[in-house]
Design a protein around this ligand. Sequence first.
Ligand code: GTP
Length: 335
Amino acid sequence: MTQGILLVGGMGTRLLPLTRSVPKPMLPIAGLPVTEHQLMAAKDAGITSIVLAASYLSEVFIPYFGDGSRWGIHLQYAVETEPLGTGGAIRNAAKFLNGLENIAIFNGDVLSSHNLAKQIEMHESRDADVTLHLTEVSDARAYGCVSTGKDGRVSAFNEKMENPIANTINAGCYIFNPRVLLDIPVEQVVSIERDIFPQLIESRRKIYGYIDRSYWIDIGTPQTLLQGSSDLVAGTSRSAALDSLNLDRHMGDYLAMEGSIISPSAQLSGGTSVCRGASIGDGAKMEGSIISSNAIVLRNVTLTKCFVAEGATVDSGSHLSHAYVGRDGVTALIA
Ligand code: GTP
């Protein structure tokens, strides 16, 4: 199986104001866009032809990724003029793919070390309609909660609920048999989680859950975005995109991309990442923060769990915690 769809068209409202001018999948995690980490993970599992299903701020992806050849991937773009929801986006993007082969589908806001090859193997060996990656969390209220029987067959799929029926949740990576596409209406707004999965289960289609408890994080909130980035820098999780760059990760305290400048008197810790072209001034102390491309951190700044936007400047002497620094000012990040 070699083909996939990456869903990157959501508005990312839980991440505002970070997503005002940068779509969530293009936010930098450990120095690179979330999408770049995901594309390389897919490529590692042999998926080399991928459609980016884009909508909100779709114009940002093409200049960065082009046709994907720099990454050894064949990339195409399915752009929705009006967002079609996760189901509508899959249906729309699938027209670029081979209609006979299975398709790997990824939410564009997840970092996962699960064994994708094993998930595909399970799907193929059972001739499943859909095989979902499931993971386990202690509090499932914010997620789609999925129960399975002994044979792994999914018996219930419930989107976010107050009293979850299980701790196994939808981890946002699906293998589809292409016949399932016929169950999704064309050019209509439809949610794969709320509309299509419950309907497929109801009609007794072969939906299986592949449970894998490897590292997994949904980077959909400011806290989890910062956490996902620090985990990669610290080596708690791994990304093929970073491995191929052969970067010095400074003992897991911080990561500095090529073309960034860091004063020798600055102290960076807690998995801080500094993107290309950013500069960090004298006496800066930064913990667990993300400094985007071409941002400037002036002298004697202290940042704890902050996100500094592309091209933004942090004024000298600033002491900020859990904050977003944009080009037009500072906003608190709500926990
Ligand atoms: P929130 O607004 O913060 O919930 O974020 P979101 O808009 O990204 O929604 P959600 O986290 O539920 O989306 C899961 C994945 O599907 C993300 O990767 C989104 O980019 C993607 N997605 C959501 N809606 C659409 C859509 O209408 N079209 C496309 N192409 N992708 C979508």
